[in-house]
Ligand binder design. Structure first.
Ligand SMILES: *Cc1c(COP(=O)(O)O)cnc(C)c1O
Length: 365
């Protein structure tokens, strides 16, 4: 007999597909690279790619070997390396497997040119630094890069690309678009611009290609607008169950450090989920959680394998009662964005942090 710890992460591939269709509606004139980096934000790279393979215009990720694996599995859309190439082997793979690659600095361009025969015709996204100050060519380096490409790899197909630093915030994208236009000069070829926040909020900054990530997974890129308000469906549910119940008297404390003290008689539930499962340890008292369809609150410090929640208002909740840590499950509904906000982070980090020890189940419906 197999007795398993009740924690599960449930992935809904059709939510990912629905969310991709929302990208289409928001950016009807653009093609979209579905961003599946970081194991598709913790949802499983291959699961996300399978969900989207019939509709996505392209996929974007980081590691060349993952791109090659997708090609070998029969994915024939463009596959973009978002940080470009890291080695001569990567450069050769771009040629052999027809990968698209970002090139973001002169050194990376050297690596590409030094390892590709001059008659190859790779798709290259030349990344421009328009204010993020992480990756990208500047006014000092761009002209020479374009000249070298024209001379040494004349059949390369170029796209100009940039990444927005504050598309979700007050400063917006106009200031970066201005710099982009100044850098691009008389460029009339394709441009690749919008992340999820720009797709949803800045229709003038999509470009020929957009690069949605977080919205595919059903979380919001904005602090003040929920995923539900944006019409997005959560693709990940982290769920577990109550494994113990305690009755507390006024003055009793909960968990390590006793950071919660009961001020009246209470019932609390202990949930099989802790920071070693990927739940944020910094989630404070009051972080939302759902038990048997009722929203309640986290109590005390999150420990490695367990956390506690208030069952005072949920008298039917006993051992075995279903719990939703985030997402939409039989335990109830809790947006990942709300858990993240309570813990001082973003849903991106929660999704990526789900630990390998948590079994995955995939919804088919
Ligand atoms: C991760 C990433 C994206 C996706 O961003 P979201 O905010 O998740 O939509 C887009 N472009 C680049 C370059 C990225 O690294």
């Amino acid at each position: 007999m197999k007795i398993s710890r009740p924690i599960r992460v449930r992935i809904a591939p059709d939510a990912i597909l629905d969310n991709y269709r929302a990208v289409r509606r928001h950016a009807p004139k653009s093609r979209a690279f579905a961003v599946v980096k970081a194991d598709a934000y913790g949802h499983g790279q291959w699961r996300a790619v399978q969900a989207l393979r019939g509709e996505a215009d392209g996929f974007a990720l980081l590691e060349c070997e993952n791109a090659v694996a997708l090609r070998e599995a029969g994915i024939d859309q463009p596959i973009l390396l978002l940080e470009g190439i890291f080695s001569a082997r990567d450069a050769r793979a771009v040629g052999e497997y027809g990968l698209s690659t970002v090139i973001h600095c002169p050194e990376q361009l050297d690596l590409l040119l030094g390892n590709l025969p001059p008659d190859t015709a790779p798709d290259i996204c030349l990344k421009l630094n328009t204010g993020m100050n992480r990756l990208g060519f500047t006014v000092a380096t761009l002209a020479r890069a374009r000249q070298r490409l024209a001379d040494e790899l004349p059949r390369a197909r170029l796209t100009l690309m940039t990444h927005f630093a504050e598309a979700d915030g007050e400063r917006g994208v106009a200031w970066q678009m201005e710099r982009f236009r100044a850098l691009a000069g008389d460029w009339t070829g394709p441009v690749c611009l919008g992340n999820s926040a720009a797709i949803l909020r800045h229709p003038d900054a999509h470009g020929d290609w957009v690069r949605p990530g977080i919205m595919l997974y059903g979380a919001s890129p904005f602090a003040e607008t929920s995923a539900a308000e944006l019409g997005l469906r959560p693709a990940m549910t982290l769920e577990s169950a109550i494994i113990a119940v305690q009755d507390l008297q006024p003055g009793d404390r909960v968990g390590y450090g006793g950071t919660f003290t009961a001020d009246r008689p209470m019932r609390i539930g202990v949930v099989a989920c802790g920071y070693a499962d990927g739940y944020p340890r910094h989630a404070p008292n009051g972080t939302p959680i759902a038990v048997m369809g009722e929203r309640t609150r986290l109590l005390g410090r999150v420990s490695m394998d367990m956390l506690a929640c208030d069952l005072t208002g949920i008298p039917d909740a006993h051992i075995g009662a279903p719990v939703t840590l985030w997402g939409h499950g039989i335990g109830g509904e809790v947006p990942a964005d709300e858990v993240a906000a309570a813990a001082g982070t973003i849903a991106y980090e929660l999704f990526c942090a789900v630990a390998p020890r948590v079994p995955v189940t995939v919804d088919h419906d």
